[in-house]
Ligand binder design. Structure first.
Ligand code: GLT
Ligand code: MN
Ligand code: MN
Length: 378
């Protein structure tokens, strides 16, 4: 098949983008917006043209926080019409609990009951909106749920408030009969100095303390794991192992930097390869959701190049995974390694342990083959 045909995304590939990703205007802490706002209905049209499956959103990416009920209904109606026209799904929605100044010291973990009340109610309304749009996943990224000054708030209180809020939200889903599950998204820091529950592992442990743990899973993000200096593949694997990978945010990130939200697969080729391999080999069938930003240097044309590139790269990595499984030499080395483990001396004291002490594992050979595969040499 021609390269141009092979890497053309199709809806069945389940690629999705947040309105806030392609719609990102390039603002950063040191500079203002460099691109105009793109209307959500335009994003729907362009993503569909590029072969995406769906679009995701925060409540306020679509409906401004100060919209009247009538305005809200009109905006949602027009958005739904665009989704229908362009055959795009909304598999996931989320809620913005970080932008409004009222959330500056937390939303679900604010020490102020009034702020927590507002946050929980806002999340419930976002769930209602999501249900109306057909979403079955509700992502919760607690960007402001953290601290700079631990003297001010006992982190145990914060966790208790977090738990109470989540219990109320799962109650809301169940009482309304929504086929919806919550995916908690960990991040170690930024915008807070430290964010509570910073990794997939912390989230998974916390989920077990909730009233309806079966309704709650995780939404790992590649960049967030890297910011914590962790291996995203291992984080995602742990979520899969516990049947908690409800959703995933795909992007890229250099270790030890600010939150970069780089285009998926653009920086760490080997890490991305192993992530795609894990997703494909495990049979993960949820959306492949891109949560990244086009470079600030780009105009609108660059934005669509970014979207197209994200999907093409996923397909290219997926093709590499297929080749990995078909490559005779790679499979032969893997078979040798497996044989070593299954046929090496069994447990019979020092003699067998000494045999294992002296063994080489052929991982250099295997790793070089993977490197050559990624370099296009095989
Ligand atoms: C924000 C954050 C992302 C989250 C989004 C969902 S918003 O851009 O950096 O990682 O997934 O709230
Ligand atoms: Mn994210
Ligand atoms: Mn991010």
């Amino acid at each position: 098949m021609e390269d141009q045909e092979r890497f053309v995304p199709q809806p069945e590939d389940r690629f999705t983008f947040g309105l806030w990703t392609v719609g990102n205007r390039g603002r950063d802490p040191f500079g203002d917006a460099v691109r105009p706002t793109i209307a959500p209905t335009t994003i729907v049209r362009e993503l569909s043209r590029l072969g995406a499956y769906g679009v995701t959103l925060h409540d306020n990416d679509l409906v401004p926080i100060d919209a009247t009920p009538a305005e809200r209904d009109r905006i949602v109606r027009e958005f739904k019409a665009a989704l229908d026209d362009h055959h795009l799904a909304v598999p996931m929605v989320t809620v913005n609990l970080f932008y409004d100044p009222v959330f500056k010291d937390g939303a679900l973990t604010s020490a102020a009951p009034a702020v927590r009340r507002f946050a929980v109610d806002k999340a419930k309304r976002a769930m209602d909106l999501g249900h109306e749009l057909g979403a079955t996943i509700f992502v919760l990224w607690g960007g402001r749920e953290g601290a700079e000054v631990d003297a001010a708030k006992d982190p145990r209180d914060a966790l208790r408030w977090y738990r109470e809020s989540l219990n109320e939200l799962t109650d809301h889903i169940i009482r309304n009969g929504y086929p919806m599950r919550i995916a908690l998204e960990p991040k170690p820091n930024e915008p807070r100095s430290d964010i509570y529950l910073p990794t997939v592992g912390s989230m998974l442990a916390f989920i077990q303390t909730l009233d309806h743990a079966e309704r709650v899973g995780v939404n790992p993000e590649v960049a967030h794991a890297k910011m914590a200096g962790l291996n995203p593949v291992h984080e995602v694997a742990q979520a899969i192992d516990q049947q908690k990978l409800f959703h995933i945010d795909l992007n890229d990130q250099r270790i030890a930097r600010f939150d970069q939200d780089l285009r998926f697969g653009s920086d760490d080729l080997k890490g991305t390869f192993y992530l795609v391999k894990l997703l494909e080999d495990s049979g993960y069938d949820g959306p492949r959701h891109f949560d990244a930003h086009p470079y600030r240097t780009e105009d609108i044309e660059g934005v669509w190049q970014f979207a197209r590139g994200s999907m093409r790269s996923y397909l290219a990595y997926r093709e590499k995974v297929r080749r990995f499984h078909q490559d005779g030499e790679i499979q032969a080395v893997l078979a040798r390694i497996q044989k070593l483990h299954s046929e090496g001396p069994a447990i019979d004291g020092e003699a067998s342990l000494n045999w294992w002490r002296e063994r080489g594992y052929a991982y250099e050979e295997l790793d070089q083959l993977v490197t050559e595969l990624l370099l296009g040499m095989r």
